[in-house]
Design a protein around this ligand. Structure first.
Ligand SMILES: [Zn+2]
Length: 85
């Protein structure tokens, strides 16, 4: 009887262990595939003209007064340039 219980525990432990080993990969792909790392790679920058946050990779860059400014669109860039000399 006791041997049966021990055997049951061993089977249960193996079952839990295999689930533990296989669950992480499944969980990560279930939970927003790759979204976390994508956000980390793309810093958000604020458009000083309209206040929109834009991913740095797709922002329109402009150097002004020794600073690099980022805009959501070419329009915002031009308008900001006009208003700020
Ligand atoms: Zn803008």
């Amino acid at each position: 009887m006791i041997r049966l219980v021990i055997a049951g525990i061993i089977v249960y432990v193996i079952y839990r262990l295999s689930r533990f080993l296989f669950t992480p990969a499944g969980k990560i792909s279930k939970n927003r595939p790759g979204e976390q790392s994508r956000i980390e790679g793309e810093d958000l920058v604020k458009d000083p003209y309209c206040g929109t946050y834009v991913p740095i990779n797709s922002a329109h860059k402009a150097a002004m007064d020794g600073k690099t400014l980022y805009f959501c669109s070419r329009e915002c860039l031009e308008k900001y340039k006009k208003e700020n000399g």
